[in-house]
Write a protein that binds this ligand. Structure first.
Ligand code: GCO
Ligand code: MG
Length: 402
């Protein structure tokens, strides 16, 4: 089966998404997600201008060889733009393979390892009472795992909290939003938030929290130690992970589990973290870490060290990534949890999908391939609308990690 066409579709049904569509001479097509929040057009161009012409005429079934060809053949390895582009090709080719075999992707990977995929939802509030109300709603909806984020008293703004009553969406149109940050205020406040959750709801739900790269290693160690009584499922991205060895310091002081990796692109970004057992969950995801072919490699490597998966799943990864991720999660032996933020209604219409949600558990469905398609006519009604992620500054104006 030969590839005869490859097109990039950029659309903004509620938020921007980049999708690659590959067509074959047997009339089967597959799609892959290539969305890189705030830098979408760089990946769209990488695909359109440099990758799509190389795909024409290739055997659609040679997925591994195509992956190696795009990775090694570019000479310029890794990086979010390159790896998102490779991921989209890989996802689309696995989709085609599934359709050709008339099998859902999870069966091609080796079959289901569990009945369903546990997902965590986002409970966010401007203050503790509001965050607790959202937490209660998630329990009602059946969530078994819930991430909580909350406004910090006397801090002008905070990450991870929805504006108004809408969904949480960090990217904004127009100028880059500048938020302010104080590690001291945050560190004093956040244990009180977890205490309030455990006091009100007990220990029946898995409690998660995202530090979003805001602390230094020693501060993260202090946080992890101080919240041990609340038994978090994980504390996410406690400090930036460019310096993987920095996590040793956190590990020496606390048994609070650590999840890292939503900004990683390859196995090399997490090699030391996994090998030295400095983390418990790896958050690398299909779209940003080279697709199914590469994430399988990361997950198998992580399994050697009892590190489990916890794939990134914000609304800025498209419903295509969500579908493919659920197949991956249903199969992967060392599964931990999957993030599920939900999508704007328009996005769910543009991307018809076979996946479903039921009381905190998700299933990819039985449609051949990854089970997600794109309605191109509808997609064309939502033109690209540039938006940027915010930045954070310390209270004295110093640019900080967002
Ligand atoms: C998460 C993330 C996101 C990111 C977003 C950036 O844990 O889901 O931290 O909310 O900020 O994906 O594009
Ligand atoms: Mg995160």
């Amino acid at each position: 089966m030969k590839i005869i066409r490859a097109d990039v579709i950029v659309t903004c049904p509620g938020r921007n998404f980049v999708t690659l569509k590959i067509e074959t001479d047997e009339g089967i097509h597959g799609i892959g997600d290539a969305t890189l929040n705030g830098r979408e057009l760089a990946v769209a161009s990488y695909l359109k201008d440099h990758v799509c012409p190389l795909l024409i005429g290739r055997d659609a079934g040679r997925i591994e060889d195509t992956w190696q060809f795009l990775y090694k053949g570019a000479y310029w390895r890794r990086g979010p733009v390159t790896m998102s582009a490779i991921a989209a090709v890989d996802m689309a080719l696995w989709d085609i393979l599934g359709k050709a075999a008339n099998m859902p992707l999870y069966k091609l990977l080796g079959g289901a390892s569990r009945e369903g995929v546990m997902v965590y939802g986002h409970a966010t509030g401007r203050d503790i009472p509001e965050a607790l109300d959202r937490y209660a709603e998630h329990i009602e909806e059946g969530y078994k795992a819930i991430r909580i984020q909350c406004g910090v008293p006397n801090m002008r703004s905070v990450y991870g909290v929805a504006k108004g009553n809408g969904m949480y969406e960090p990217a904004t149109k127009g100028a880059v939003e500048e938020q302010s940050w104080s590690s001291e205020k945050y560190l004093d406040f956040v244990p009180k938030l977890f205490e309030a959750v455990r006091e009100k709801f007990g220990f029946d739900t898995h409690l998660l929290h995202d530090v979003h790269h805001r602390l230094t290693p020693i501060e993260a160690a202090r946080l992890g130690k101080s919240v041990e009584p609340y038994r978090l499922f994980w504390m996410e991205d406690p400090t930036p992970a460019e310096n993987q060895a920095g996590f040793r310091l956190i590990r020496e002081h606390t048994v609070t589990p650590i999840a890292v990796g939503e900004v990683f692109n390859s196995i090399w970004d997490c090699k030391q973290l996994i090998e030295e057992q400095l983390i418990d969950y790896i958050r690398a995801t299909l779209t940003h870490a080279g697709g199914i072919t590469h994430l399988k490699r990361i997950a198998d490597f992580a399994a050697l060290y009892q590190v489990r998966t916890g794939c990134h799943g914000p609304s800025d990864l498209s419903p295509v990534c969500m579908g493919a991720a659920l197949h991956f999660d249903l199969w992967v032996p060392n599964f931990g949890v999957q993030e599920y933020m939900g999508f704007p209604k328009e996005a769910l219409e543009v991307f018809p999908h076979a996946w479903s949600f039921d009381r905190g558990m998700m299933h990819p469905g039985e449609a051949p391939g990854h089970g997600v398609d794109i309605d191109e006519k509808l997609a064309a009604k939502y033109p690209y609308d540039p938006a940027y992620l915010p930045v954070a500054r310390l209270e004295d104006g110093t640019l900080w990690n967002w």
